[in-house]
Design a protein around this ligand. Structure first.
Ligand SMILES: Cc1cc2nc3c(=O)[nH]c(=O)nc-3n(C[C@H](O)[C@H](O)[C@H](O)COP(=O)(O)OP(=O)(O)OC[C@H]3O[C@@H](n4cnc5c(N)ncnc54)[C@H](O)[C@@H]3O)c2cc1C
Length: 397
């Protein structure tokens, strides 16, 4: 296994997949994306915020301008405790704003850019198995078709099939105990657009920000003991879900008002929230994992998509500069594991305070100023995360 990689089969057309494929094309490697869904995901999904490090990584594949056109800057982030105490989260002074994006717009921009660079996409291709040879690897899809390439990259998300094929002993995702819903309310709290508020309500966590065009986008992470599939969520009506949401958030301000004023037919479910515990085996032979398939932090980190993009580009850099794919994957893991696992570990701690009990509700407003000064010192916490840049021009060898 020493010849240079020339072809790659990328499994998954979400965020990591198109970015990996685009970066591989820039590295001179032919990349093909195979996505399980029957069509491009245009027009589906909720919103996510892309951090400065993720934005900078997308600049490498030439997606910066397209990104600016679809993103809405978030200039300030606040924490709201017990509906009354508001704290400004210190920002990193030399970093730009977060960009709030519709997931569907991001998919479109990334897929368009990858196609411009010569990446081919095939839909309705659910990977179910692989066959490994000494010089190639063959993806086997549920529709009975196959595709062979020098390497196979698993960018197939938190429920990754490739992860189990690489090592059946790899862990599966862990449910965080929360379901996610979002929508837009006509109610407008007295705040400028561009301020995102993370609110610790009486019985659950939610966030909201006013939209420049009017209205307020809100999202909830509602405690729920059991994870539910999208099919199970859809078995209940939106009106029924709204009643449950109001039961949890109805007494919060402004959460209750935001929800009460939201037409139930606009409610959007983002599903059960999962994270990935550390994955022991990131690659084997000619196969490797990228994105949520190998390092999905809790959504509290606000870094899932940004880390997926960084890893995608770092993986392509390693395959560009190191001829033997398994050696390239070893370098890739050594460049990424420590960073992604430390960010995931910090976010997991935040998860545990998302549904504070009555005592914590009383204590939080008192200890928060000290907490912000010490544990949330941006130079020690967010700055190393947001300032990270992939040295694309430098050799990874
Ligand atoms: C509610 C919520 C809010 C979030 N908010 C943020 C945020 O604000 N900021 C942030 O940075 N991150 C956020 N994230 C995390 C972010 O969405 C993920 O980290 C990111 O989508 C990971 O990209 P990915 O390409 O690795 O996986 P995915 O986006 O999940 O894409 C995986 C793709 O693989 C396909 N696939 C799956 N199995 C197969 C198969 N067997 N064969 C072929 N294709 C397959 C899937 O259909 C999918 O298209 C949030 C996540 C959630 C759930």
């Amino acid at each position: 296994m020493s010849t240079r990689t020339t072809t790659a089969a990328v499994i998954g057309g979400g965020i990591a997949g198109p970015v990996t494929a685009a970066a591989l094309r820039l590295a001179g490697i032919d990349a093909h994306v195979y996505e399980a869904y029957p069509a491009r995901a245009d027009g589906v999904g909720g919103t996510l915020a892309l951090a400065p490090n993720g934005q900078a990584a997308l600049e490498i594949i030439g997606a910066k301008d397209a990104l600016a056109a679809i993103g809405e800057p978030i200039h300030r982030m606040d924490m709201l405790v017990a509906s009354r105490k508001r704290f400004v989260i210190p920002a990193v002074p030399d970093q730009g704003p977060l960009l709030s994006l519709h997931r569907a717009d991001l998919f479109r921009v990334l897929s368009d850019r990858a196609e411009e660079l010569g990446v081919a996409f095939e839909y309705g291709k659910r990977l179910v198995d692989v066959r490994e040879g000494p010089d190639s690897v063959t993806a086997v899809f549920a529709d009975g078709t196959e595709a062979t390439a020098d390497v196979l990259i698993g960018a197939d998300g938190v429920h990754s099939a490739v992860r189990a094929l690489i090592d059946p002993a790899n862990p599966g995702p862990k449910y965080t105990g929360m379901l996610s819903f979002e929508s837009i309310s006509p109610f407008e709290p007295d705040l400028d657009p561009g301020v995102m508020t993370f609110a610790f309500g009486k019985r659950g966590y939610y966030l909201y920000w006013r939209l420049p065009e009017g209205g307020t986008r809100w999202g909830v992470n509602m405690p729920s003991p059991k994870p539910l599939s999208f099919k199970e969520i859809r078995q209940r009506s939106n009106e029924d879900w709204m009643v449950r949401l109001l039961d949890v958030y109805g007494d919060d301000a402004p959460g209750g008002e935001l929800l009460r004023r939201t037409p139930p037919n606009t409610l959007q479910a983002s599903g059960s929230l999962h994270l990935m515990p550390p994955v022991p085996t990131w690659h084997r032979g000619r196969m490797a994992l990228v994105g949520d398939a190998v390092h999905a932090p809790s959504n509290s980190s606000g870094q899932g998509a940004s880390l997926a993009i960084e890893s995608a580009i770092e993986l392509a850099r390693c395959l560009r500069d190191i001829p033997d794919p398994s050696a390239a994957f070893v370098t890739y893991e050594s460049l990424r594991r420590k960073r992604v696992e430390s960010i995931a570990a910090a976010a997991a701690k935040t998860n545990s305070v998302k549904a504070p009990g009555r005592l914590a509700q009383t204590i939080m407003p008192i200890i928060m100023p000290l907490f912000i000064k010490t544990a949330m010192n941006p130079e020690k916490t967010i700055a190393p995360i947001q300032r990270h840049r992939i040295p694309w021009e430098a050799s990874a060898a």
